[in-house]
Design a protein around this ligand. Structure first.
Ligand SMILES: Nc1nc2c(ncn2[C@@H]2O[C@H](COP(=O)(O)OP(=O)(O)O)[C@@H](O)[C@H]2O)c(=O)[nH]1
Ligand SMILES: [Mg+2]
Length: 442
């Protein structure tokens, strides 16, 4: 394995820059620059010198993490130096000049951590999510996944599937005298039967975790001139959408990305719903309807002037679970229920009245859709696809329509699908399970 180094902190002038070296030559490299190896895991002040010439490049803290108790599982040296561009450049150049050392490729440290069993793939994904987290909700989700809970849950499932597979293979290999296949198979089927609904439940909840990663989609719909664009601007606190008293001003979907109480959301303003005057407006309305269909949360905006009549087309497009907002209450007051009894958020995009209360409620809805309070579930498309493949294979196994050897193959596929998620695909483990359950060679 090669030894690589990289600037681990962000580039550019800063108080401190962190340079990490990982691999078998890391200790040698640290000694070459600082003169000696500090005690493991203890921050030690040292002068860093250019090898050969002995010129002092910087003074900083050095740390030494011998394998395997390090972030990558290899020998790791960490240099905390002054974060000036020239200082960093000089130290990186000095490292590059050492024999056997090379600049790390993107993701090298994490890849090594994975290869050495420090992280499973769900944790690798979580690490990327954590580094990219912009809102509190995203940080929390990534942190939970980083703890490895999701990986452990998947490993538990995989072990169950492997155990079932071991029993089926035993039934094939051992012959009738030693393991009565019918009995074994019934036990295996019962186990798999319990597993499938658990996975399906996780799949059912998966959209939530994904929403927290990518953002909850909120769409504003309503008749022309109700104040949809004004509402979006009031929520976003800036003039993202063009506001005009001319009906049909907003023609395409206008999006803003916001942090609503820790939940990332994409708020979309759309064209007013009415009979289109021209082709472009018609397309805008078609997009409005399509966007509304895909949305996680729909907001229907009406003009207080029309109260108590509410535009039918908007009600139909937004659907029964939409939040009903009546705008322009500065011109006319409205009650807090629609004639049919649905709750109403009375607001004025112009004066700001009611906006705070509405935004709080909107944030709560968005948070609910993102499953902010849930246990760590599946969060990425990759994870969801793999668990879906697994369930499919297990269902095929349970359908009993094939001969035993083919059904064993279904279990193997199921285990492999789960292994793909965590990155653990070794067969050695399968043998362990077999030995544990059967005491072969007893
Ligand atoms: N009085 C009053 N006028 C508003 C309010 N919100 C929007 N308007 C006006 O209503 C018109 C239409 O607003 P706009 O946001 O473009 O509506 P949209 O077509 O639904 O996007 C504009 O002239 C706005 O100034 C409000 O809360 N009170
Ligand atoms: Mg508009």
């Amino acid at each position: 394995m090669s030894t690589v180094f990289a600037l681990s902190s962000a580039p550019g002038p800063a108080g401190v820059a962190v340079v990490r070296v990982t691999g078998p030559q890391a200790g040698k490299a640290l000694r070459a620059l600082s003169g000696k190896l500090p005690r493991p895991r203890q921050a030690t002040l040292a002068a860093l010198r250019r090898p050969v010439s002995g010129e002092v490049l910087d003074r900083g803290l050095v740390l030494w993490f011998p394998a395997p108790a390090s972030v990558t599982g290899e020998d790791v040296a960490e240099l905390q130096i002054h974060g000036g561009r020239a200082v960093v450049r000089a130290v990186l150049d000095a490292l590059a000049a050492l024999p056997g050392l090379a600049q790390a490729e993107p993701g090298d440290f994490t890849r090594r951590a994975f290869q050495n069993g420090k992280l499973d793939l769900t944790q690798v994904e979580a690490l990327a999510d954590l580094v990219n987290a912009e809102t509190e909700g995203q940080r929390r989700q990534a942190q939970r996944q980083m703890d490895g809970e999701l990986g452990q849950r998947l490993e538990r499932w995989r072990t169950e599937v492997l155990r079932a597979l071991a029993h089926v293979e035993a039934a094939i290999d051992f012959g009738e005298d030693e393991v009565p296949p019918a009995e074994v198979l019934a036990g295996v089927a019962a186990r798999v039967h319990r597993l499938v609904p658990e996975m399906e439940e996780a799949l059912g909840e998966a959209r939530r975790g994904e929403r927290l990663r990518t953002g909850v989609q909120i769409t504003i719909v309503g008749p022309p001139n109700a104040g949809k664009s004004s509402l979006l601007n009031a929520i976003a606190g800036r003039d993202a959408a063009i506001v005009s008293s001319r009906a049909g001003t907003t023609r395409d979907v206008v999006e803003v990305h916001l942090d609503l109480a820790g939940v990332p959301v994409t708020l979309a303003d759309t064209a007013g719903l009415r009979e289109a005057c021209d082709e472009i407006e018609g397309e805008g309305i078609r997009r409005a309807v399509a966007r509304s269909e895909q949305a996680d949360v729909r907001v229907a905006v009406f003009d207080a002037a029309d109260w108590p009549a509410l535009d039918e087309r908007t009600l139909a497009t937004a659907g029964p679970d939409a939040m009903v907002v009546v705008n322009k209450v500065d011109t006319r007051l409205v009650p807090d229920r629609t004639p049919s009894g649905r709750p109403v958020w009375p607001v004025s995009a112009k004066t700001g009245a009611g906006i705070r209360t509405f935004v709080q409620e909107l944030a709560r809805h968005a948070g609910e859709r993102a499953g902010m309070s849930e246990e760590p579930g599946l969060t990425s498309v990759r994870q969801i696809a793999a668990v879906r493949d697994c369930v499919e294979a297990l269902r095929r196994f349970l359908s009993c329509s094939q001969e035993l050897a083919l059904r064993a193959e279904d279990l193997r596929l199921a285990a492999r699908a789960l292994g793909r998620v965590t990155g653990r695909v070794d067969v050695e483990e399968l043998l362990d399970v077999v030995f544990r359950d059967f005491c072969i060679g007893k």
